[in-house]
Each structure stands twice: as C-alpha cells, then as structure tokens.
Design a binder for this molecule. Structure first.
Ligand code: 6PG
Length: 498
C-alpha cells in the first residue's frame, strides 16, 4: 500500500483519513475529474460501486472527496500507478479528459500500467477516427478499449446520462451492466446499449451532437420569427414554448428554451437573452458531423446550416460590414397571431423530423461503410432519456424502425409521412414569411428544400449530368436504356456508348 492509496468509505468519512489497503478493491476508476468526470464518478458511487478516482492534479480529487465523499465509496489515488493498483481485475477505467492529445496521453499512461484484458473506456467527445485508431493500438497491446459517447451535460452525468459505447461486444459484456446501471432509464429501459465495433459509439455521439446543433438552430429561428414577425417578447414567448412542450415537440431543448427566455437579467431588469452577445460558440462536434457527411456523401443540410449559422453569427467583421446592406422591400404580415404561432410550431416540428432523418441516414451510411451493423431503433431508444436531444418523439422513431428495420428514410415511415403532411402548408407559409420579412431562417428553408428535393420526380441533376458530359466527357445514364453514354458535343453531336 502506498501512502496516498486511501479508501474513503462512506461510514468512516467523518474521520476520512483512515487508511486501509485498498489494492484491487475498486470496481471502476474514473480519471479526469472536471465536472463531467466528477459527476460520473459520483453516479457510480451512488449506485453502490467502489470508485477509484484520479486527476492529474490532486486538487480536483480532494475537492470531489471533500464535497461529495458521502455519495458512496471512493478510493483516492494520486498517480496512475496507484489508480491501476486500486482497481480489481479486469481493471475498468473511464477516461474523462479533453478530446485529442490529452486523451492520448492518459490512454498511453494507463496502457503502461494495465495488464492484458483490462479495459479502458474513453467517455469524452472523441473524434471517432481517433477511437478507431486507439482501439486498434490498444488491441495490439492486449488491452480492451471502448469509445463511449456520453451525453447529458453535468446534470445527466450525475443523474443518468445517455451512453453510447462502441468496441468489441465481449468487452461490452464486462462493463455494459455498470454503464447501464448509471444511465438514465425510460420506462425501465436503460439509455445505454452496445452500439457496434471500434469508433461506432463516438460516431453516433457525434451525429447526436449534429442533431443537437440542428435542433437548437431551428428553435432559434422559431424564436426569431415569433419575435420579429409576431412581436412576442421573451417573457410571453417562454409560455409559448412551455405550451409547445406539452405536445409533439415535448423535449429537453424546448423545455430549457422556455427557461432561458423567462430569465430576467438582474442588472437591466430586461430579458437575459437581450444582453447575451449573439455569437454562438462551438467546440467542434457539429463541424465533425458535417465533414464526415461530406465524405460519406450524405446530405445533412439541417446540421450543416446549423454549423454555418453559428459561424455566421461569429463572423464579426462581415456582420459589421453587412449591417449597411439594403434589405430590399420587406414586409411582415398585417396579422401574425395564434395562427402564425401554430404555423411556426409546425414548421419547427417538420424541420426537426428532417434533421433526425438526415442524421439517421448518416449513421446508416457509416454503419455500412465500417460494418458496424448499428440498430437504428436502439439509438432512438437510448436517446429518449438522459441526453441533450431527448424528446418524446424519439418513441415514434423507435416504433418506425421496429416496424421496418430497413426503412430507407425516416420520412417514409407512416407516422412521419402523416406528420409532414399535416405540417407542410404551415412550413411553406413560415419560410415564405421569413423570406418576405427578411429574417434568416436557413434551417427551416434547407429542411423544406430537402423535403421538396426528395419529393421531386425529375431533378435538375439531369441537366448537370449533361453539363458534365459537355465539358468533361463525364458520360451520363439514360432513362430508357442501360449503359453509359456520351454526346460528341464538339463533333456532330451524335451520341455514342461510353
Ligand atoms: C451532450 C452535449 C455535450 C456538449 C457539446 C456541445 O451531449 O452532453 O452535446 O457533448 O454540450 O460539447 O458543445 P458545443 O455546442 O460547444 O459544440
């Protein structure tokens, strides 16, 4: 036993300096004790697990133990070696550090002190390609690696997040029950399931975040239109969102939107939202989602517009210069009352369905490319609780995939086709109003354009193929014959088989 390897039992916390040999006594370890890591460690402890805790600087470890040591049984460790020694076999360690180089550093340090068969779980927002690389590198050293997406923010980490673990199924069998026990539960079902091999868990978490971006952007556009067209101020608008939260739109993001809108700034006495600088930040997961979608060739236009809208909001010099640009003739409807509010609600719901449909398409494409065999209905199931995009309507996604696991698009499921049919007129009116009022609504419009694109029998892509053949002899297919064709554009313009 080393001097710093102390076990803090809840019963003896009053005189917490009691030291016992704790070698191999912890069920799980958490390294990286910023808010997310600390809260997950507390969540494990509250579920009855003995949790070894470690942080690069011991200040955070001590703060956790001093403030929340009574949550359960913790084992305080100072070095990675002590941390490893405290864990029972096979060792299970959850890494909760910043994505990128810091994660690599901790994983390598753990691998140096772990034995064959021990398990490292990366619970950060890692880029899935990093997870694929790490899983491979660890497998070569005999160490089992799980890349687990964890969503829910600080509160979810403590009370029950949604967890998306990827890695070998045999590794999930060892840690799955523990992860499921700390996850959120909806109707008794854990919001945690094995996603697939290597980077699948982090991939799915990345798309979750992309959908989160899209959902937030759409809510932002609804707010902008309700305020700019219907003149509803933030306080009363909070009530609109509260009302929406009792129906189809029932979701965490709608719920917190009402909270934010209702918040009064102590200094000015006005709405807090009016004193927050209108430049949205981003840590990168939305951008990663779009980059991956570009590589996969999947149109995630709702997510892309959301990422670009954040970028536009932060384009300070361009916005400054843009302020003097002419609006042209703009007008708002003379009446924008309850009917307009209902139109916006429907436009929001329809656009949200598109965002999910696109995100699930991206997951389908990646699952095929990487051989992950992701069960899409399971994702809808584990996103119903704990995570940021948790929403009542995920139940309908779950049912849609249960009825038809091979659905080509979510929009083809009867429930969603009917929901869109119910919303489409409102949706068109809202996009039209946004355009005539000069209010940017890229999320609503891109979603509607995607919907119309899928509906359209003959797209102008035929003309694009003709253009490509004209300047680059790229050939085209014909609607009435098999094979590839080329027109001799600079010759006699007859057609030849390519
Ligand atoms: C979650 C969140 C979480 C976080 C992201 C978003 O699922 O718990 O998505 O991962 O809030 O980092 O951050 P940005 O908006 O800063 O990109």
């Amino acid at each position: 036993m080393t001097s710093s390897t102390l076990k803090f039992m809840s019963t003896e916390r009053e005189d917490a300096q009691t030291a016992t040999d704790i070698t191999g006594t912890a069920d799980i370890g958490v390294t990286g004790l910023a808010v997310m890591g600390s809260n997950i460690a507390r969540n494990f402890a509250r579920r009855g697990y003995t949790v070894a805790v470690h942080n690069r600087s011991t200040g955070k470890t001590d703060a956790l133990l001093n403030e929340h040591g009574s949550d359960g049984d913790f084992v305080r460790t100072e070095s990675i070696a002590e941390f490893a020694a405290a864990l029972n076999s096979p060792r299970r360690a959850l890494v909760m550090v910043q994505a990128g180089a810091p994660t690599d550093a901790v994983i390598d340090a753990l691998a140096d002190v772990f034995d064959e068969g021990d398990i490292i779980i990366d619970g950060g927002n890692a880029l899935y390609t990093d997870t694929i690389r790490r899983e491979k590198a660890m497998a070569e050293r005999g160490i089992r690696f799980i890349g687990a997406g964890i969503s829910g923010g600080e509160e979810g980490a403590l009370e029950g997040p949604s967890i998306m673990p990827g890695g070998p199924a045999s590794s999930y069998e060892v840690v799955g029950p523990m992860l499921e026990s700390i996850s959120a539960k909806v109707d008794g079902t854990p919001c945690c399931t094995h996603i697939g091999d290597d980077g699948s868990g982090h991939f799915v978490k990345m798309v979750h975040n992309g959908i989160e971006y899209s959902d937030m952007q759409l809510i932002g556009e609804a707010y902008h239109l309700l305020r700019g067209v219907a003149g509803i101020e933030p306080g009363p608008m909070a009530e609109v969102f509260r009302d929406w939260n009792t129906g189809e739109l029932d979701s965490y993001l709608i719920e917190i939107t009402a909270e934010v809108l209702a918040q009064v700034d102590a200094d000015t006495g006005g709405p807090l939202v009016d004193v927050i600088v209108d430049r949205a930040g981003q840590k990168g997961t939305g951008r990663w989602t779009v980059k991956s979608a570009l590589d996969l060739g999947v149109p995630v236009t709702g997510i892309a517009e959301a990422v670009f809208a954040r970028a536009l909001s932060s384009s300070v010099p361009q916005r400054e210069a843009g302020k003097s640009l002419p609006s042209g003739t703009v007008s708002t409807p003379s009446e924008a009352g309850a009917e307009f509010v209902e139109d916006v609600r429907k436009a929001l719901y329809a656009s949200k369905i598109i965002a999910y449909a696109q995100g699930f398409d991206q997951i389908t494409a990646a699952s095929t490319e990487h051989g992950w065999d992701i069960a899409r209905g399971d994702l809808a199931t584990i996103w119903r609780g704990g995570c940021i995009i948790r929403a009542k309507f995920l139940n309908h996604i779950r049912e849609a995939y249960a009825q038809n696991p091979e659905l080509p698009t979510l929009l083809a499921a009867p429930y969603f086709a009917e929901a869109l049919a119910d919303c489409v007129d409102s949706w068109r009116r809202v996009v039209t109003t946004a355009v005539t009022a000069g209010i940017p609504a890229p999320g609503f419009s891109a979603a509607l354009a995607y919907y119309d694109g899928l509906r359209t029998d003959r797209l102008p892509a035929a003309l694009i193929q003709g253009q490509r053949d004209f300047f680059g002899a790229h050939t085209y297919l014909r609607t009435d014959r098999d094979g590839s064709f080329h027109t001799l554009w600079s010759g006699d313009r007859s057609e030849v088989r390519a």
